[in-house]
Design a protein around this ligand. Structure first.
Ligand code: DP6
Length: 377
């Protein structure tokens, strides 16, 4: 299901007396959903700033099922910046983390909590260190993209903590510097990442096309085909494509611009036929660019291909699309059904053609399990 923008769940200042050596700790917790592109981003024109070669469009998923939750604390008692991902400490030395931290710190504003005796002046933020703890509410092992939700959440929560006043567009352009697709997770509903024209990237940001209430018939089922970590990361895969695939430039310059316009129209008019055709065609073209890369990149496997055939045959036999499929940099299928009834039929078909070994179906399903009842299971 499609859902809303990031939320701040808590913001609290701990009593100065309770913190180490009489020093205070200020914390904020935020949650950001992940998103799935229906017009894909694949290829950068600037690696350092993460500027894409084409616009892209995505749907934001329900954060109850697929999201990142991040708590960030700041205190004069912290000697350095540190981060933990799903409970394990990770290095913050990478350029992408540093870019996000630097850009948010630059925009930080004064903060005061008189009752707790905390006052942070604008220039103090540069000297204060942060501790960041981030969790995904879906198993990392499921092979589903987590960097989009993770960086969106990091930037959003840092922004709240440091009293940043910039709008979501500006925040999205900072999240972009963490991971390109993260910029689209700053909004709910249907989102467009405009590639921008400027060399400094200031106009390469995300905007909302329609909010999560606009087209709420759609139901998204993600079929986890393999839980293995992908062999080629998106970052290195798209770098290889830019360097070696002649098809990538043709796609970016000739195909995507008109496809983006058609997709915007389809979303505006809730035209499922057009939406589904464009989504499937764009997924297939992105994987064709991967095949055109040297050496070729294979993100989909036999099971992915069988799912495509199943959906194509079904759509063809109905005379009009019932389900759209799209695959990112991995074999897992993201299936967008036109409504709940079709989603239930889809689930029946998936379970028939790909029977699970375990009889307890509910153990396979993460998220809204009521769909099982609709499918008579
Ligand atoms: C296939 O955003 O993960 O999911 O910018 O290098 O971090 P970096 O790449 P990333 O790439 C996502 C690629 C994709 C398509 C998409 O989400 O648009």
């Amino acid at each position: 299901l499609i859902s809303g923008e990031p939320q701040v769940e808590r913001r609290e200042a701990r009593d100065p007396m309770a913190a180490p050596e009489g020093q205070w700790v200020l914390m904020a917790t935020g949650r950001s959903p992940t998103n799935i592109a229906v017009i894909k981003y694949w290829g950068k024109r600037d690696e350092a700033l993460i500027l894409p070669v084409n616009d892209s469009i995505s749907v934001t998923l329900d954060p109850d099922h697929l999201s990142a939750t991040t708590t960030i604390a700041v205190s004069p008692s912290f000697p350095s910046d540190r981060m933990w991902l799903n409970g394990k400490e990770i290095s913050l030395s990478g350029g992408r983390f540093q870019s996000c931290l630097r850009e948010i710190r630059k925009r930080a504003c004064e903060f005061e909590d008189e009752k707790k005796g905390i006052k942070i002046k604008k220039e103090d933020w540069e000297k204060l260190h942060v501790h960041i703890a981030s969790y995904n509410n879906f198993p990392t092992a499921a092979g589903l993209a987590s960097s989009a939700a993770g960086f969106a959440c990091l930037v959003f929560t840092l922004g709240k903590l440091m009293n940043v006043k910039e709008d979501y567009g500006e925040l999205s352009s900072i999240a972009r510097q963490g991971s390109g697709s993260a910029c689209r997770s700053l909004y709910g509903g249907f989102v467009k990442w405009c590639m921008g024209k400027k060399d400094d990237g200031s106009d390469s940001l995300a905007m909302q096309l329609a909010d999560e209430t606009h087209w709420n018939d759609l139901v998204i089922i993600i079929a986890v085909v393999s839980s293995k970590q992908k062999e080629t990361s998106s970052t290195s895969g798209m770098r290889d494509s830019v360097e070696t695939s002649p098809f990538l430039q043709y796609r970016a310059q000739t195909v995507v611009p008109s496809r983006v316009l058609k997709m915007e129209e389809a979303i505006k008019n809730q035209d499922f036929e057009s939406f589904a055709k464009l989504t499937c065609a764009d997924s297939n073209q992105f994987h064709a660019v991967c095949l055109d890369t040297s050496p070729p990149i294979f993100y989909m496997n036999d099971t992915s291909h069988r799912i495509i055939s199943l959906v194509e045959k079904w759509n063809h036999s109905e005379g009009t699309p019932q389900v759209a499929y799209t695959f990112d940099a991995g074999p897992n299928a993201v299936l967008i059904s036109r409504n709940r009834k079709t989603a239930a039929l889809l689930l029946q078909k998936l379970l028939y053609y790909f029977p699970p070994q375990d009889k307890d179906l509910s153990s396979y399903l993460v998220g809204d399990k009521s769909i099982l009842g609709d499918a008579g299971l």
